[in-house]
Write a protein that binds this ligand. Sequence first.
Ligand code: URA
Length: 427
Amino acid sequence: LDPVAPILVKKDGGELSDEQIRGMVAGFTAGEVAPEQMSSLLMAIVVRGMTRREVATWTAAMIDSGIRMDFADLTRHGRRLRTADKHSTGGVGDKITLPLTPLVASFGVAVPQLSGRGLGHTGGTLDKLESIPGWRADLSGAQMHRQLAQVGAVICAATADLAPADRKLYALRDVTGTVASVPLIASSIMSKKIAEGTESLVLDVKAGSGAFMKTVDDARDLAETMVALGTDAGVRTTALLTDMSTPLGRTAGNAIEVAESLEVLAGGGPRDVVELTLALAREMLDAAGRPDADPAEHLSNGLAMDSWRAMIAAQGGDVDAALPSPKHTHDVVADADGVLTSLDALAVGQAAWLLGAGRTRPGEAVSATAGVEWHASVGDPVVRGRPLLTLHTDDEARIATALAALESAVGINGRAPATASSRVLGR
Ligand code: URA
């Protein structure tokens, strides 16, 4: 393979052959294509895009770089279990995986939820769950299988042999300004989800300041590309487009988001988190052959909470232990009377990250207690001098930088916004 030829084809806006794509992906994974050659090709893809055929081949090449998991033989009490999974393209305060996974599993559907760690200002499901004393993210394929058969719900890290090409490509994209590209994001996400072996998949594609896709049009393009990739690979795939201009719920961080998820599992919690959890649960249950199931019932009757407790305990977590609390808190008060008209998701995510909830270097430890809590959602009345946000951290020196990130995050106006907002923008 000549690695320079495909770079030049893409630079000039041409279409790569299947052989060129497979050669570059396999060659880079094996260390035969140099990182500078791959990063040059990636930048050409960011600028020129890819045809649907190119994205499909690129995704297939990433899947073929590793193992494919298979849950076709999962049974409980002699009955075969259907599998359903959800993937969110990432946002601020997006803790939906935490209540959603045990909720769907409480209906007898197996949920093999492979999750990630925080990336920039967006939080990571595994980082959040690690704030529960004893909980472990790393399971072998056999352990995952056993837990799915027994408990139905598992949230764990992907093993190193699942789409290793994506692992290597993602690390390169992260440091070469080549993350924000529909074909590269779609193939990265879908290679992992198809290799994971789920029968059905619901995508939560975010649009807004706190998301990778800033506009609804770009989010729709990403959603359509991913649905086509999943469907062509035999995975029943649907997508919801959801708003990420304001952060989800009332908290962003690690332990603080686990606490909010527990409120949802106990039948309470912020309205928008409950709305999105139920909307995604209905999609997953429908795809798994349970269109008449009522997920709201299992939040109020405790069955989703029972499923959570079993899932956490199975991975070593102490379900009755207190969650860690921060050494320092700092209130930001409202500077006017009125209605909260905006709360910028990106700024809140950055503040949580600066307080210690995320990493600045790969592999760094995150703080379990760091995060931001807001005491009003957009549309709620606020009172001058009363706390609007509370910052949580173990490191007092971080408060000033987090406050600077929040400088223009909040909008307060005399009148309420015209419409009651729903998180779900489209399907
Ligand atoms: N999440 C992924 O897994 N990959 C991307 O490229 C972006 C978000």
